[in-house]
Design a protein around this ligand. Structure first.
Ligand SMILES: [Zn+2]
Length: 106
């Protein structure tokens, strides 16, 4: 599902297990687990693996920290040390709605 996505009005990280809750400006809410975010990590190495069809399965989706990257998206620091992924808002929305691979392919 492609959708233009502006910045959310609220970002709430709950931990153990890590769940990210976003509230968009139109009032829609998105809930996404750290495991899903880790699986679809936005860094270039993980993206290229996803495009060629190699899936990363990990149970370690614990999010240690999140950092707002202006209006672009969110940098997510996972507890396993993986911290290179900046997740654009539209990508987070796509992951939560089952469209991550379509987003990467577009
Ligand atoms: Zn990655």
């Amino acid at each position: 599902m492609a959708r233009q996505q502006s910045s959310p009005v609220k970002v709430h990280l709950k931990n153990t297990p890590s769940i990210l809750n976003l509230t968009w400006s139109d009032g829609e809410k998105t809930e996404i687990s750290g495991v899903s975010l880790r699986r679809f990590c936005a860094c270039s190495g993980c993206r290229s693996r996803q495009v060629i069809g190699t899936e990363i399965i990990t149970d370690s989706g614990e999010i240690q920290n999140i950092k707002l990257m202006g209006s672009t998206g969110l940098q997510i620091v996972f507890a396993d040390g993986h911290d290179r992924g900046v997740f654009p808002w539209a990508y987070i929305y796509a992951i939560a709605n089952g469209g991550a691979l379509d987003f990467l392919a577009s």
